[in-house]
Design a protein around this ligand. Structure first.
Ligand code: KG4
Ligand code: ZN
Length: 355
C-alpha cells in the first residue's frame, strides 16, 4: 500500500475540475480490490489477496474465496476511500464487477456495491471484468484515445481486438481453445510448479533457454490463436523423457513454452495494428504482467514504430482501478445498472454491455 501517499497527495489537489469520482470494486476471483479514480487519475488502489491461502490447495477454492471476500470487502473499500481522501458522499458512482468469475465471489463485491450505492443514493455501474482488463490502458496513459489495437491475454480470454471507440470493439482474432493464462497455468502443473502458475513459469524460465522445438502456434490465416497443441506438446515432451528415464531441463521447457506462447501474441498484435493502420497497441490481462512478454512487446512495437501502452504489472492482474476505469467509460456513456443487477459467471467476449 506504499503508493497511497502519492494518491492521497493527488487527491488533496482535487477540486479544480469536475471529473467524475468513481469507486471501483472487484471480487471475481481471489483478490478483493477497491480503487478510486477522478477522471482518469488514479487516487487509490487497495487489494487484499487470498492467493497465499489458496496456494495451499493448488488453486482457487471458490468457497474460500467467497469467505475471504466477505472478510475483506469492507476494509478494502474503506481503505481505498481513506487513502484517496474521499468520502462516500462525494462519489459520482460505484462501479462493480458483475462477471465473469466465480459466482459466490462475485456476489460478495456486487452485494456490497449495491448496498453502498443504495445507502448513499449513488448510481451503480455494472462492469464486465474483461472489459476492465482492457480499460486498464486508459489509466496507464491518460492521453490514450481510440482507435487502437488491444492485445488481451488473461486467464479466461486471449484476443486481438480493434478498439474502435470507448464502447465498441471488433474481435480480430481470439483463442480457439485455451486462453494464454490457462496454458501458463497448465504448463505450471505439468512442471510441478506452485499456484499461481503464470508467475512460477516466468521465474523458472529465467533460468532456462528456449531451445526445445515446440510446434508452431496456430499458423492459419487471421489472428486466431490455439494453445492446446502447445500445451500437449509440452506434456508429451516431459512424459516421453520421463518414460525413457532421460533427464531434461524443466527450466528449458518453461523458457521454450514461454517463448512460443508470447511470440505469437506479439506477432498478431503488431500485424493487426499494421493492417488496421493504427499507431498504438494497448495491452491488458494477467499474462501481460509477464516480463518476457512485456520486453518482447516493447521491442517489436518499437521496431514497427508503434506506440505501446502497457499498464504497470499490478494493473494487469486483477485490480479495481481497471474496474473504475471501465466504470468511467460506462458513466460517460450513461450506462447505469439497476439494484436488481445479478452476478454472471460467464460473459462472452464481445457481448454488448448488460447495463
Ligand atoms: O487476467 P487475469 O486476471 O485472468 C482473467 O481475468 O481471466 O489473469 C490471471 C492469469 C492466470 O492464468 C495467470 O497464470 C496469468 O494471468 N499470469 C501470468 C503472469 N501473471 C499472471 N502469466 C504469465 N506470466 C505472468 N507473470
Ligand atoms: Zn482478471
Amino acid at each position: 500500500m506504499g503508493d497511497f501517499q502519492l494518491y492521497a497527495d493527488r487527491a488533496a489537489r482535487r477540486g479544480a475540475d469536475r471529473e467524475p469520482l468513481i469507486l471501483g470494486i472487484e471480487s471475481s476471483c481471489d483478490e478483493t480490490c477497491a480503487a478510486v479514480i477522478r477522471g482518469r487519475e488514479l487516487l487509490s488502489n487497495a487489494v487484499i489477496s487470498s492467493a497465499a491461502e489458496q496456494a495451499k490447495y493448488g488453486g482457487v477454492v471458490p468457497e474460500l474465496a467467497s469467505r475471504a471476500h466477505t472478510d475483506a470487502v469492507s476494509a478494502v473499500v474503506s481503505g481505498a476511500l481513506a487513502q484517496a481522501g474521499v468520502r462516500g458522499e462525494q462519489l459520482s458512482a460505484v462501479a462493480v464487477t458483475y462477471g465473469a468469475g466465480l459466482l459466490g465471489a462475485l456476489l460478495v463485491g456486487l452485494s456490497f456495491a449495491k448496498a453502498y450505492a443504495f445507502a448513499l443514493g449513488l448510481p451503480l455501474i455494472a462492469v464486465d471484468h474483461i472489459r476492465g482488463h482492457m480499460a486498464a490502458a486508459y489509466l496507464a496513459d491518460t492521453s490514450l484515445e481510440p482507435p487502437f489495437v488491444t492485445l488481451l491475454a488473461s486467464g479466461g480470454h486471449t484476443a486481438v481486438l480493434y478498439t474502435k471507440s470507448y464502447t465498441e470493439f471488433e474481435i480480430l482474432g481470439s483463442t480457439r481453445d485455451d486462453a494464454a493464462g490457462e496454458a501458463f497455468d497448465k504448463v505450471a502443473r505439468i512442471l510441478g510448479l506452485p499456484y499461481p502458475g503464470g508467475p512460477s513459469v516466468e521465474r523458472l524460465a529465467r533460468e532456462g533457454r528456449a531451445v526445445i522445438p515446440l510446434p508452431k502456434m496456430f499458423a492459419g490465416g487471421g489472428y486466431d490463436f490455439s494453445y492446446s497443441g502447445l500445451k500437449t506438446a509440452v506434456l508429451n515432451y516431459c512424459h516421453n523423457r520421463e518414460q525413457r528415464g532421460e533427464s531434461y531441463s524443466r527450466a528449458d521447457v518453461a523458457a521454450s513454452f514461454q517463448s512460443a506462447a508470447c511470440g505469437v501474441l506479439v506477432s498478431r498484435a503488431v500485424a493487426a495494428a499494421r493492417e488496421k493502420g493504427c499507431d498504438t497497441v494497448a495491452a491488458g490481462g494477467g499474462v501481460i504482467a509477464n516480463g518476457y512478454l512485456r520486453d518482447l512487446l516493447a521491442k517489436r512495437c518499437g521496431e514497427a514504430g508503434l506506440r505501446l501502452v502497457l499498464p504497470e504489472k499490478k494493473f494487469c492482474t486483477d485490480n479495481a482501478a481497471m474496474i473504475a476505469a471501465e466504470g468511467l467509460v460506462q458513466y460517460r456513456a450513461g450506462n447505469f445498472a439497476p439494484l436488481t443487477l445479478n452476478a454472471c459467471a460467464h460473459i462472452p467476449l464481445g457481448r454488448k454491455g448488460k447495463q
